[in-house]
Design a protein around this ligand. Structure first.
Ligand code: SF4
Ligand code: SF4
Length: 127
């Protein structure tokens, strides 16, 4: 979705940025990847990597439907990114460009529950 439009006030073209807030996936998704979130997203903005999902910030329409679906509370609004995870917005953008869209739920990894409560999983991210 093109999130910008150009207006013309007679004195020349202006560019307005109308992008809504985005939600992002935090590192708690790594090695859990339950994928409950993808089925409710109305605009298919989840992208799937080997062991994590990412949200495309340019596609997210800020509906929040995915938030309660995540069993590990990995999805937050960009305004609520916890301290220490500030880099996750840029990482979601980067990974969403690399990974394909996922819109259907699939089986989680067999050891997903064991990783669900593990902190500091970023070193385990596979790309
Ligand atoms: S439901 Fe949560 S853990 Fe599962 S894929 Fe979505 S964001 Fe990741
Ligand atoms: S907030 Fe809405 S549009 Fe954004 S990822 Fe979640 S379900 Fe999709």
């Amino acid at each position: 979705m093109d999130s910008r439009f150009r207006g013309n006030d007679g004195g020349g073209a202006r560019c307005y940025n109308l992008r809504t807030m985005t939600y992002i996936v935090l590192e708690s998704c790594i090695r859990c990847k339950y994928t409950d979130c993808v089925e409710v997203c109305p605009v298919d903005c989840f992208h799937e990597g080997p062991n994590m999902l990412a949200i495309d910030p340019e596609e997210c329409i800020d509906c929040s439907l995915c938030v309660p679906e995540c069993p590990v509370e990995a999805i937050v609004a960009e305004d609520d990114i916890p301290a220490g995870s500030e880099g996750m917005l840029a990482l979601n953008r980067e990974l969403a460009e690399e990974w394909p869209v996922i819109s259907e739920k699939k089986e989680p990894p067999p050891d997903a529950d064991e990783w669900a409560k593990t902190p500091g999983k970023l070193p385990h991210l596979e790309r």
